[in-house]
Design a protein around this ligand. Structure first.
Ligand code: RIB
Ligand code: CA
Length: 308
């Protein structure tokens, strides 16, 4: 069993990633930290708690983190996730508050108390992870791995150059990719290959409370991908990172040199991935280059369906 902390910005796909983690015996979810990204920090924090409330998991701590990127202005994604950040389902307001500590202090306390290194699974902008590494360098040894959703070898989704999580806080991403830690990047090249479709949602809707929540999330979230790409399905970006921790045969990864563009548009937030060793850059990241889409989606349906 792998102890993980999910650092996220719920966000429809973050919420599904959270449910996948909760439904999978291979991971022990120590807690959830939240960051400004898809929506403002107060909304992403409330959304994480609302999902946990829905599943009766008030045992899972939620710690709020950075209310804005390190340097850049926040740019919430209401056109994708709605004004609440979790539009679609009719979830009540959060039944509890986050823990009083800032997310990076909660991460520090949690890692310190763990007997073995912990895997960080960031599925939003990397602001909290960068701040944690800057504030607690002495705890780097307690970070086993960072398995993040973000970046792209190919085209972006926020600009032609960049994927949202990296684009939103490129300075934070640079700090993480140059940390020397064991970083794995699940980017758009794989998440766009594994679309959740109606047939998956219908099975989930019949499976129980958690599955019905995913169906309601999908009904809203899929509108964006139909409008923008003409797709008959939606990528569950963040669940790909969690799935890789559960079963690392689902994603094929290649060690590559990756650099983050921290300059102005139009290349802001680009992840330059030296896929074929053209540059001699230090191979600092395991980059996902392929995904077993069918097994990934079956895992989602099985594990979330199993939550009841
Ligand atoms: O580009 C996709 C990523 O941006 C996902 O993590 C999604 O939740 C948004 O945060
Ligand atoms: Ca996210």
């Amino acid at each position: 069993m792998t102890a993980i902390i999910l650092d996220c910005d719920p966000g429809h796909d973050d919420a599904i990633a959270l449910m996948l983690a909760l439904g999978s015996h291979e991971v022990e979810l120590l807690g959830v930290t939240t960051v400004c990204g898809n929506q403002t920090l107060d909304k992403t924090t409330a959304n994480a708690i609302r999902v946990l409330d829905h599943l009766g998991r008030d045992d899972v701590p939620v710690a709020a983190g950075a209310p804005r990127p390190l340097v850049r202005e926040p740019h919430v994604q209401a056109r994708v996730h709605g004004e609440t950040g979790l539009d679609g389902p009719d979830l009540p307001p959060p039944a509890r508050e986050p823990v009083p500590e800032h997310a990076i202090d909660w991460i520090a306390g949690t890692l310190s108390a763990q007997p073995r290194p912990v895997t960080l699974v960031p599925t939003g902008p990397l602001t909290n992870v960068a701040l944690f590494l800057a504030r607690y360098p002495e705890l780097e040894s307690k970070v086993g791995r960072i398995v993040l959703m973000g970046g792209a070898i190919g085209e972006g989704n926020t600009t032609p150059a960049a994927e949202f999580n990296i684009w939103a806080d490129p300075e934070a991403a640079h700090r993480v990719f140059t940390s020397g830690l064991d970083v794995t990047m699940a980017g758009l090249d794989v998440t766009h290959k594994a679309l959740m479709r109606e047939q998956h949602v219908e099975r989930l809707a019949r499976a129980g409370r958690a599955g019905r929540l995913v169906a309601d999330l999908y009904r809203f979230y899929s509108q964006h991908h139909r409008r923008k790409y003409g797709w008959d399905g939606s990528p569950v970006h963040d669940a790909c990172a969690v799935a890789h921790v559960i079963d690392d045969s689902l994603l094929q990864t290649v060690r590559c040199g990756v650099k983050v563009d921290t300059g102005p548009e139009p290349s802001r937030g680009r992840t330059y991935v030296d896929r074929w060793g053209s540059t001699g850059w230090e191979p600092n990241c395991g980059v996902a280059v392929d995904i077993d889409s069918e097994r990934f989606l079956e895992l989602l349906v099985e594990r979330i369906g199993g939550l009841g």
